[in-house]
Structure formats: structure tokens, C-alpha cells
Design a protein around this ligand. Structure first.
Ligand code: HEC
Ligand code: HEC
Length: 380
């Protein structure tokens, strides 16, 4: 079997839950007319972001908004985003061109400089040093630290060991996910979440709120999402690739196959505990960071990012409150996503409170088939 195929087959006992969150955005439905279009083909007043995929524009806007610490209306009319009435919008275009030129002329086109490099959450960048000029973060050139293999081995042991993990072939996770809605994602709405998983890589999630039900999953080949209307869509290529990785039922055992390059970057503080930071690059996708608790060995954070025309949009998932699922393996009962999903407003948060984990629950493979698109059948 080719290396790529192996990679595709090995796809999250743990991290899979991030899939649920990232697909939720799609479950609610990106307009089908956007698919395959560039920004200027889809939007009305594009002068700088020409050639950028249309589905990256809103993510870029979220990044710009957060980098400057403003709201959309700082540059835009509500609701007409195409109107060019505000001076700040024209300044932002000039800034976008400047940032593209800086990166093209100095960093071989890599997005090293972003709006955030200067703005740091303010419309007026600082011109003098802040005191104390010490930045907290990942310490470079770590000394006397364990190897990548030691960290990964300790993780598997902390979860209960390979044997115990392999004895489980299916799992149902029941809990509540708080989904931010309303202006700026400020109102958390509880959804009853049920996630079914079956080895090697089948996933099915349903989210039920008081007013609607959406679902998504991975059928062994493709990721799909069903909106409240019944319409079924497939997420874009990057999300497909990530869904494939996250669907691996034995992901904690397969990390070295999924991430072809892994490197210890240092030690960072995660929710009050020291954690080893592994830089982890999956085949054909941007690098992620995996944080393992120095004491317990457990995975406590996963950081990934999505490319946008103005720099990477970060997405961070924290895993806490690991408990024994009653079959000798551990699972995190509290999962927090910042932002609420990989494609939303940076200031939002979503939390999953797991209430029950049923290991080896009998699950028929047919449960994981991609559903028929109901709205399409009705001719919409
Ligand atoms: C700092 C200024 C700034 C902020 C804040 C900002 N935008 Fe934009 N936005 C722009 C600029 C500049 C363009 C045009 C880009 C171009 O010309 O290629 C644009 C274009 C758009 C477009 C395309 C409109 C069209 O039809 O041409 C949409 C939609 C949009 N923004 C949405 C948003 C949303 C939603 C937010 C808040 C999350 C936001 N923007 C925040 C500067 C901003
Ligand atoms: C190299 C540093 C740098 C980068 C990178 C940068 N800016 Fe700026 N930006 C500035 C400075 C400095 C000012 C303030 C200029 C002034 O006060 O006249 C500013 C001002 C602005 C303003 C006007 C704010 C106001 O109060 O009206 C907007 C809008 C803006 N920047 C958007 C952006 C966007 C969007 C990006 C990323 C595409 C970006 N900037 C990247 C340095 C930068």
C-alpha cells in the first residue's frame, strides 16, 4: 500500500471532536454558489484580494477584525459590505497591499508579516517598546528534555496503554456542546451532542438544539455535513483532509504516521500546567502543535491553523478532565474550542461537556453512510 494510502487510512479518538466543531459551520450551510469561485467572482467590490478563493474572504475578515480589535462596522456599512464609504476600508486595502509586498519582497512570499505583527489588537500600532519587554511563550533551544518518541509513548501509557486502547472498536460519546450564537457569538446555546465512532475510521455526530438538528460525519472516505434543512454538503478540501486525519479511531497510536514530521519545540504553560510542545506537520497540510502535560503525559491542547489571505487563522482545542471511561482507558470530559470552530470569529468559544462515554457500544456500519440530501430531493 502506498504511503499516502496508509496515511489516508490512518485517521480521533480524542481529536475527532474538533471535527465536529469545524464541520458545524458547514452544517449550517455555506452558499453553494461560492464553491470554486474567486473573491472577485463572488463578491461585488474586490480590489485587492483578487484570485483568493471566495470561501477565504470571511475568515480573512475575522482575522483583520481581531488584529485591529474593532468590529466589522469599523470598515463596513451594515449590511452592505460591498459599499466603499468608510475611510478605514480604503486604508485597510492599502495596508493589505503593503503586507503582501513586504512578504513578497522580504520573505519569499511566506506570510511572515500579518496585520497582527504591528496592530496587536489595536488600530494604532505601538511605536515604542512595552515594559517589561519580555514575551511569555515557548522557550527556544530546550535542554535536557525527553525525545518525541518518549513523549508519544508516555501519552499512550497515560491513556491506558496500547492493549487497552485496541480492545475498544467502537464508542458513543454523549454530552452537551455550547454553541455561540447571536451578535459576535456572545450567546451560548446548548446542543445535545452524540458522537458515534467505529474503527477504523467511521464517524457520525448529531447536534440537537431546542429548535434544530444538524449532523456531520466521515463515511470512511468523505466528510459530509447535513444542515437543519436536510441539505447535505461536503466541506472544502482542507477540511476533508483534516476530517480524514481526525476520523482515525486509534489516532493516539498513529500519531507518527499521521504527522510525518514531529519536533519538540519546548515547554509552554497550558491552563496552569507545564506541557511539552510538539511541532507536528501532517502530509500536505500546515503544521500543528500538540501539547502534552509534563506530569500526566496526556494531550492537553491541539493548535492548528487555516490559511487566509492575511495570515493564518488559529484554532485551538483544549482537553481537560480526563476520566476513566470504565474500560481502562481515559478520555477528556471537558473540551474547549477557541474559536468555536476553525472557520469562525476568533473571539468565540465553544465547550463540550461529556456526560457519558460508552465503549464497544454495538454500532452497525450502515449508521455511518452519508445521508441523502433532502433539500436536493425536494428540488431546491
Ligand atoms: C479594517 C477594515 C476591515 C474590517 C474590520 C473588516 N473588513 Fe471586510 N473588507 C475590508 C476590505 C478592505 C475589503 C475589500 C477587499 C478588497 O478590495 O479586495 C473587505 C471586503 C469584505 C467583503 C466583500 C464585500 C464585497 O461584496 O465586495 C465582505 C463580505 C466583508 N468584507 C465582510 C466583513 C466582515 C463580516 C467583517 C467583520 C468580521 C469585516 N469584513 C471586517 C476591510 C475590513
Ligand atoms: C508594518 C506595520 C503595519 C502592518 C503590518 C499593518 N499596519 Fe495598519 N497601520 C499601521 C500604522 C503605523 C497605522 C497608523 C497610521 C497613522 O496613525 O496614521 C495603521 C493604521 C491602520 C488603519 C487605520 C486605523 C484608523 O484609526 O483609521 C487600518 C484600518 C489598518 N491599519 C489596517 C491594517 C490591516 C487590515 C492590516 C493587515 C492587512 C494592517 N493594517 C497591517 C501599521 C501597520
Amino acid at each position: 500500500m502506498s504511503k499516502l494510502l496508509v496515511c489516508l487510512k490512518k485517521i480521533g479518538v480524542l481529536m475527532g471532536l474538533t471535527l465536529a466543531a469545524s464541520l458545524l459551520a458547514h452544517a449550517q450551510g455555506a452558499p453553494p454558489s461560492m464553491e470554486g469561485k474567486t473573491a472577485e467572482q463572488f463578491y461585488k467590490s474586490i480590489k485587492v484580494l483578487n484570485g483568493v478563493p471566495a470561501d477565504q474572504v470571511i475568515e480573512a475578515m475575522h482575522q483583520i477584525r481581531a488584529a485591529l480589535g474593532v468590529n466589522c462596522e469599523f470598515c463596513h456599512e451594515d449590511p452592505d459590505r460591498a459599499a466603499d464609504t468608510k475611510e478605514a476600508k480604503e486604508t485597510a486595502r492599502m495596508m493589505m497591499r503593503m503586507v503582501m509586498d513586504i512578504n513578497k519582497n522580504n520573505f519569499k512570499g511566506q506570510q511572515e508579516v500579518t496585520c497582527y505583527t504591528c496592530h496587536r489588537g489595536s488600530t494604532v500600532p505601538m511605536t515604542t517598546v512595552a515594559l517589561p519587554a519580555v514575551e511569555k511563550g515557548v522557550e527556544p533551544e530546550p535542554q535536557g528534555l525527553p525525545s518525541v518518541d518518549q513523549i508519544l509513548t508516555k501519552y499512550v501509557q497515560a491513556l491506558g496503554g496500547e492493549q487497552a486502547l485496541r480492545k475498544i472498536t467502537s464508542r458513543v460519546i454523549i454530552g452537551t456542546q455550547y454553541i455561540p450564537t447571536g451578535p459576535g457569538g456572545t450567546i451560548p446555546v446548548p446542543a445535545a451532542i452524540e458522537r458515534s465512532q467505529k474503527a477504523p475510521n467511521l464517524v457520525m455526530n448529531t447536534y440537537r438544539t431546542a429548535t434544530y438538528t444538524v449532523s456531520d460525519g466521515f463515511d470512511g472516505t468523505r466528510a459530509w455535513a447535513q444542515a437543519a434543512t436536510g441539505r447535505v454538503t461536503e466541506p472544502p478540501a482542507t477540511d476533508q483532509m483534516r476530517a480524514k486525519r481526525d476520523s482515525d479511531f486509534y489516532l493516539p497510536l498513529d500519531l507518527k504516521q499521521v504527522y510525518t514530521q514531529m519536533q519538540l519545540r519546548g515547554v509552554a504553560n497550558v491552563n496552569g500546567h507545564d506541557a511539552y510542545v510538539l511541532g507536528a506537520r501532517p502530509q500536505g497540510d500546515s503544521a500543528e502543535r500538540l501539547y502534552f502535560d509534563v506530569q500526566t503525559g496526556l494531550l492537553v491542547r491541539k493548535w492548528s491553523s487555516l490559511p487566509t489571505p492575511v495570515g493564518e487563522a488559529p484554532f485551538q482545542v483544549d482537553y481537560e478532565d480526563y476520566r476513566d471511561t470504565s474500560s481502562g482507558v481515559k478520555f477528556p470530559y471537558l473540551i474547549t474550542m477557541n474559536p468555536a470552530n476553525a472557520r469562525t470569529e476568533p473571539s468565540t468559544t465553544a465547550t463540550i461537556r461529556v456526560t457519558k462515554v460508552l465503549d464497544n457500544a454495538p454500532l452497525d456500519s450502515s449508521k455511518f453512510a452519508k445521508p441523502e440530501s433532502k433539500a436536493a430531493a425536494a428540488g431546491q
